[in-house]
Ligand binder design. Structure first.
Ligand SMILES: Nc1ncnc2c1ncn2[C@@H]1O[C@H](COP(=O)(O)OP(=O)(O)OP(=O)(O)O)[C@@H](O)[C@H]1O
Length: 435
């Protein structure tokens, strides 16, 4: 077995040249001190492995290549037992010496039982070894990091491409003065594509909608079958699927109501089971339930957003093609990517899509503000929310309308979606991606 390991290590040193498109990731956020085990967490296929590759590229500029190793524990040549891990460092040291710091990038490490005790041992006993871990499983996500690693690990959350990255993947150079540029119609077309089909790298690169649909459906099936059903040992996968169908077609999740709705379709599932399902789906970064901003939260249902708008486009009967809903989901993911604390707000006959309590900001998202009735409704909701919550920052994210209006003492900033999504990019900040 050690021979296989040696072969894989040498092969990696000799042949590794990944072709990748750079993501926005500020690697200076990875601390030198205190030394931490770095983990990359996020939904399946968002690009965690490629982000590790990008980091390896950056690192290769300052660290000799023979001190950096990448191993994918899904490699069928490797035995999936702890022996593979315990042999790893001695094998590298035999082959390449042990003088300097060693950087180990270990992918899908959760395939090895008891991997976490090995990680802890290495972390505690070898100050000269830096570990970077990734995996499709929530076992590596911050919420589920084994207790033995707590305090030793720092997790970076990876999301589907942001709009700036999406444009880079599409080979589109963002012009200087977008508002006045002749390239703006192209930008808006690309934005439409981004909102409809989302930011999974492979889906973005796929050449037509038919292929995009196939890939997204395949991701969906894999997430449900492997990341949820298998990992959490779900006994009735059909029940889970019925619940997901419900989520994909409703804006809110009140578990009580879900129990009733499912019952009327012939599924008998308890509230506590549904609550577990929702937690699992959240742990694998497939959905993000959003709470209302209110002291008595229990009275209000949660709203549900998906990690990527493509799931709504290709799998939702109700929201497929509902551009307003897709825009709202895209804005949510962008806020989440920036690490904002987010809620929604609701009152008598009004609702505001997002509240950022720390920034005292209200955000409403609306596709069609050209219709005076819709515009009035959105503005009214912002006014009511502002009066009730005392937050004076109000933004209305539109498809492409800029400006500022004052209504009843509340100033509302109108922001085109492209401008909102590129805010970080335009201000040359990079999304922190830290949880
Ligand atoms: N930066 C990138 N440049 C070019 N292609 C990319 C990039 N990131 C991801 N991809 C494409 O998306 C695919 C999935 O990316 P990757 O394997 O990194 O995802 P992952 O999050 O590690 O997936 P899993 O959770 O299934 O292991 C890659 O095989 C590649 O085709």
């Amino acid at each position: 077995m050690r021979e296989e390991l040696a072969k894989i290590l040498v092969e990696w040193q000799e042949s590794w040249t990944p072709e990748l498109i750079e993501r926005d990731f500020d690697f200076s956020l990875i601390p030198k001190r205190p030394r931490k085990v770095i983990t990359f967490a996020g939904c399946r296929r968002v690009g965690k492995t490629y982000l590790m590759f990008q980091l390896i590229n950056e690192l290769s500029r300052v660290v000799p290549r023979e001190r950096i190793f990448y191993i994918n524990f899904e490699d069928e040549r490797l035995e999936k037992n702890i022996g593979t891990l315990t042999d790893l460092i001695p094998t590298i040291e035999e082959l390449y010496g042990k003088e300097e710091e060693l950087y180990l990038f270990l992918d899908e490490i959760q395939n090895i039982p008891n991997w976490d005790s090995w990680v802890r041992r290495v972390y505690d006993s070898r100050k000269d070894i830096r570990l970077f871990l990734s995996g499709s499983s929530s076992k590596l996500s911050s919420r589920e990091i084994p207790t033995s690693l707590r305090g030793r690990a720092l997790t970076f959350e990876v999301f589907p491409l942001n709009f700036g990255e999406f444009l880079r993947f599409k080979g589109f150079d963002i012009p200087e003065k977008i508002e006045f540029s002749s390239k703006k119609p192209i930008l808006l077309n690309l934005l439409r594509e981004y909102v409809l089909y989302g930011g999974f790298p492979e889906v973005v690169l796929a050449e037509n909608v038919r292929i995009k649909r196939l890939i997204v459906r395949d991701y969906f099936n894999t997430i449900i079958a492997l990341d949820v059903v298998e990992r959490y040992s779900i006994r009735n996968p059909e029940d889970l699927r019925a619940f997901i169908r419900l989520l994909l077609n409703s804006e809110y999740t009140s578990l009580g109501k879900a129990v009733k709705a499912l019952k009327s379709s012939g599924y008998s599932i308890s509230k506590s089971t549904l609550s577990n399902y929702l937690r699992y789906l959240e742990e694998v970064y497939f959905v993000f339930p959003l709470e209302v901003y209110s002291p008595n939260r229990m009275k209000y249902p949660k709203k549900v957003y998906f990690v990527d708008t493509s799931f709504l486009t290709f799998l939702s009967v109700r929201f497929s093609g509902n551009f307003g809903r897709l825009m709202e989901n895209a804005v949510f993911i962008e806020l989440r990517r920036r690490g904002e604390e987010i809620n929604y707000a609701s009152g008598d006959n009004w609702e505001v899509d997002f509240v950022l309590p720390e920034k005292e900001t209200l955000i409403q998202v609306s596709y069609d503000v050209t219709s005076p009735e819709t515009f009035e409704r959105e503005v009214r909701a912002l006014k009511k929310a502002s009066a009730e919550l005392g937050f004076r920052n109000a933004k209305l994210i539109t498809w492409d309308r800029d400006g500022r209006i004052e209504k009843g003492g509340v100033e509302i900033e109108l922001i085109p979606l492209w401008k909102f999504l590129l805010e970080y990019y335009l201000s040359e900040r990079k999304a922190p991606l830290i949880s």
